[in-house]
Design a protein around this ligand. Sequence first.
Ligand code: NAD
Ligand code: WQD
Length: 343
Amino acid sequence: MSQTILVTGGAGYIGTHTCLKLFEAGYEVVVLDNFSNSSPEALRRVEQISGRAVVSVEGDINDAALLERVFAEHTIDAVIHFAGLKAVGESVQQPLRYYHNNVTGTLTLCSAMKRAGVRDLVFSSSATVYGDPASLPVREGLPTSATNPYGRSKLMVEELLADVHKADATWNVALLRYFNPVGAHPSGLIGEDPRDVPNNLMPYIAQVAVGRRSHLSVFGADYPTPDGTGVRDYIHVMDLASGHLKALQWLQSKPGIKAINLGTGKGYSVLDMIKAFEKASGKRIAYQLVERRPGDVASCYADAQLAASMLGWRAELGLDAMCTDSWRWQVYNPNGYDTDNEE
Ligand code: NAD
Ligand code: WQD
C-alpha cells in the first residue's frame, strides 16, 4: 500500500514542487496550509500538472485540535514540514510572530505526531544556520549561528528536534539545510510567488526582466569575491524537491537525526546570475551597484558530499535550467497566481 505524507506548507513554493515529486513516486499526499503566504490556486495547478486530486486542509500548524483531527482522519506515515515564515527583514520587525509560527508551530506539530505515533520527519532548515560560514565549501559540521530571528528560529527547531530524538530514539529526522532555491516547474504553471517586493535575488531579477520593476539594486560590489558581488549556491527547486523524496526514503532505514546540506556545491555571483538570466530571457537586466545589505555574507556554497553519500542525491540542473524555468513561470504568470494582483 502506498504511504501517505502530511506536507505542511504544501501550497508554498518548495511544497508545491515537492507534492508533484511525491505524486510521481506513488505517495499519497495531505497538504496542511493556512495560505498565509500562498494561494489555493497553487494547489489547483498541482492538480492540473499531476492529474491527481490534492487532499488539502486549510489551517494552522499551531491549531492542536485541527492537527489531532488530521492525524485521526488520515493514516499518516511521515511528515514533511515546510510551513514557516521566511522573510529575514520581517523577522527582525516581528520576532514574536516568527517564533510563534516557526518554533511553537513545530512544537505543536511534533506533539500531534507523538500522540499519533508518527516519528518520521523531514524539516526545512536553511544554510542561514551557518551564519558567516567559518570555511568554504560549507560542511555540516561547521559551527552554527544566527544573526536574525528567522535564522534563530531554524536553529532553535534543529536543537529542539535533537532533544526530541535524544529522549526517544524512535524518531527519525532529516534536517535539510537548503542553500538558495530558484527556478520553477518546467511547465511554467507553478513557481515562486512573492506577495510583496521580492527580498530574494532571482524573483527580483525576473520581475525586472518582465518590466514589473525598473532595475535591480546589486547589494555590494566590494566583497572579497571574484567580481566583488555576493556568491551563493543556487539550487533548482525541482532538484530540491527530489532531495526531499530521497530524504523520505532514507528515513525508512531508521537513521536517527542528521543535518544534511541540499546545494549544488557551486557558487555564482550576483553578476553571474544577471548574465545568465539575460541569456535565458533575451531581456536586458538594468542594475545599479549600491551599498551592501546589512547581514549579508560574502560567500556561501555547500559541500554537497553528505547528501550524495547518505541520500544518493545530487543536484542535476544547472544555471541555464534555473533561469529558463524561472523566466517561463514569470512570463506565463506576470502577477503570480493572482491575475488581479496589481501593486
Ligand atoms: P513559502 O512561503 O512559499 O511556503 C511556506 C508555506 O507555509 C506557505 O504556503 C504558507 O502559507 C505556509 N505556512 C506558513 N505558516 C504556516 C502555519 N503556521 N500553518 C500552516 N501553514 C503555514 O516558502 P518556501 O520558500 O516554500 O519555504 C518552505 C520552507 O523552507 C520554509 O520553512 C522556509 O523557511 C524554508 N526555506 C526556504 C528557503 C527559500 O529561500 N525559499 C531557503 C531555506 C529554507
Ligand atoms: C542572494 C544574493 C544578495 C537581492 C536568503 C536568506 C536565507 C534563505 C535564502 C531562507 C546576495 C544579492 C539580493 C537584491 C542583490 N532563505 N541581492 N539584490 O541572502 O543568500 O539568503 O534567502 O532560509 O536564509 O537569508 O538570498 O536571494 O536574498 O540574495 O544584490 O535585490 O543576491 O546581496 O548576495 P540570501 P538572496
